[in-house]
Design a protein around this ligand. Sequence first.
Ligand SMILES: Cc1ncc(COP(=O)(O)O)c(C=O)c1O
Length: 374
Amino acid sequence: MATKRRKTAADRALAREVEKVTHVIWPGVLERYRPFLPVTSATPVVTLQEGNTPLIRSRALAEKLGPGIEVFFKCEGLNPTGSFKDRGMTVAVSKAKEAGAQAVICASTGNTSASAAAYAVQAGMKCVVLLPKGAIALGKLAQALMHGAQVLAVSGNFDDALELVREVSKTAPVTLVNSVNPHRLEGQKTAAFEVCDALGAAPDFHALPVGNAGNITANWRGYADYYRIGTIDRRPKMLGFQAAGAAPLVTGKRVDKPKTIATAIRIGNPANREGALQAVKESRGLIRAVTDKEILEAYQFMAAREGIFVEPASAASVAGVLKLAKKKFFKRGIRIVCTVTGHGLKDPERAVKMLRMPPTVPVNLAAVLKRMDL
Ligand SMILES: Cc1ncc(COP(=O)(O)O)c(C=O)c1O
């Protein structure tokens, strides 16, 4: 039997406060930024309510950089499939569905496949994924398989797989959803909108890891849109960071056998090369390489000092900012946004490999107290 509730004035005031913030469901980037995206009322919205990711103020990195420098992390690992790819995938898969596609295909270093597979489920489509054999993090492979994608491991690298899916999409009834699909970049530009919406302005610098170079291109496009309509009155300098063993945009030469522990950015021939170079040139930014050692140090630093667990490739932006800071690149009074692109749980093997396994203790209070290191 229902009991009668006795509400005090304070309870009623509290309920009114709750009312203000509930019933507000974030609709995903396609609805939130609809006027900026290539969609119409005829476009079906395929969404997992991606976007609205936290912009977390840095304590430890900011402290390292010195007084007068603010740093924020745009935590894209908090998207529904754990990476920034979801922003682009909602638009690409919605447009594919609008065009009547029954299936999508991608080549992937892991995150694109996880995202494409999940959005294909939402859209009721098939998803085919080509991965470089043995070169993607286990968590990402698990995602694609769990979402029911047909996964084929190519005995080559990402660049080989991308070439293959480009060919396949020309001959088979399947839509390519890699970042060579322009709808992907349109969706991904919404990350820059969110940064400006949160800060009330553009940052002075925006640092990103760079692989196939779609995301830096897309973020720059987002700033360009807001600048054109007057929402921001200046744009940031774009800072792109590639892994030293896979840095074609730094050396100016295609890398036939890219090498890095950061599998997500192990790419030797970026499809969005021109977009990235234009972003850097127009913004008067730069593209630099960071070594695997620097990436792994930043990876550990993010987890241990900021409480943010990112995947190794994501830490390239942090490693790059640290490297530039050592050369006194940043002046006082500036604001830096670092995109951290994917969640650390996608690549647990890397973390576990770097650390000591926990000791075993008996079920005994004294033994636990003895081993505790407080
Ligand atoms: C975690 C992560 N970071 C960075 C990148 C690089 O992004 P882009 O290929 O758009 O340069 C990727 C691409 O797969 C990624 O998965």
